[in-house]
Design a protein around this ligand. Structure first.
Ligand code: GDP
Length: 298
């Protein structure tokens, strides 16, 4: 992830080494190169534009520093602005005042929702919570089974429609699961919902119906970091169709160019809460904007 972008940026910064004060022309040329590197990494155009304007403005206004040479100063500005587009500070999960806390997962099919449900359950259990997983993805034939396997690995109960009762109604299953969680003293309920390969109205409506039935404390939009330029349209569709309170980036272990990771915060206006970095349950961590920015500039 980000290998090409990292290489490109470090090449741009190397060219500035040994320069005295940067002229406006130097700053413009550097900004142009950074712009191109970000666009080639599939970062959304609107995000790139804002980013570059901030870099130019700050580089021009930068004080002559005793401690940093001009090249270092540009690196510092880019680092800080990267942290900014990644969301600044890490944001924790919001828990309900009255348990159970309800976390609903939404996203396209294949984005990594079901895997994330297992990871989140395992992680919450480690933090001392008593989670319940809910199989409300009744669209994909194997999703219930997959969640049961992951729940088994995490040692977390999975609430699913009884077998043999037909496809089942995901809204009803989700509603019933909340009652079950209350009776079983589970303090966090994680609802895995159905996705489609592309955005469609029926899928959005079902997600909105589940949302209305369970009144979630968090609606987490799971996005595959490999999605590239489709990130913006997908994120906007979920933001407008379901409403989201946080984002999880999945498949950050891949060799994608990273544009989705750098665009999704700005596009959704919501923080990135977690990063998923592999197929195993433990390949998962809280998302730290600063760490990711540092990795890009490594
Ligand atoms: P869903 O359709 O959104 O529920 O997606 P799944 O959870 O079934 O994930 C789709 C595929 O991506 C599966 O083969 C997962 O094993 C894989 N997957 C999920 N998360 C990650 C991740 O962070 N990294 C990698 N490399 N694969 C992942």
């Amino acid at each position: 992830m980000f290998d090409t972008l990292s290489d490109r940026l470090s090449g741009i910064f190397t060219k500035l080494r040994g320069k005295g004060k940067l002229s406006d022309a130097d700053i413009d040329a550097t900004a142009r190169e950074i712009r191109l590197a970000l666009l080639e990494a599939d970062v959304a155009l609107s995000v790139v534009k804002q980013f570059i304007n901030r870099i130019k403005e700050r580089a021009r206004g930068a004080e002559v520093s005793q401690a940093l040479n001009p090249a270092q100063q540009i690196v510092k500005i880019v680092h800080e602005e990267l942290i900014g587009i990644l969301g600044g500070e890490a944001r924790r999960l919001q828990f309900a005042k009255q348990p159970p806390t309800v976390i609903m997962l939404a996203g396209l099919q294949g984005s990594g929702k079901t895997t994330l449900a297992g990871k989140l359950a395992r992680w919450l259990k480690e933090q001392g919570h008593q989670p319940l997983l809910v199989a409300a993805d009744l669209q994909r034939p194997n999703a219930v089974n997959q969640l049961q396997v992951l729940g088994g690995r995490a040692g977390v109960e999975v609430y699913a429609p009884a077998p043999g009762n037909g496809v089942g109604d995901p809204v009803q299953v989700s509603r019933d699961a909340i009652g079950h969680a209350q009776r079983q003293m589970r303090d966090v309920v994680i609802v895995d919902t159905a996705g489609r390969l592309g955005i469609d109205a029926e899928m959005m409506q079902q997600a909105a119906d589940i949302r209305d039935a369970v009144n979630p404390d968090e609606i987490i939009f799971v996005i595959d970091a490999m999605i590239g330029q489709d990130a913006v349209a997908t994120a906007e569709a979920f933001r407008d169709g379901v409403g989201i309170t946080g984002v999880v980036l999945s498949k950050l272990d891949g060799d994608a160019r990273g544009g989705a990771a750098l665009s999704v915060r700005a596009v959704t206006g919501q923080p990135i809460l977690f990063a998923s970095t592999g197929e195993k349950l433990e390949n998962f961590d809280v998302f730290h904007p600063e760490r990711m920015a540092s990795r890009i500039l490594d």
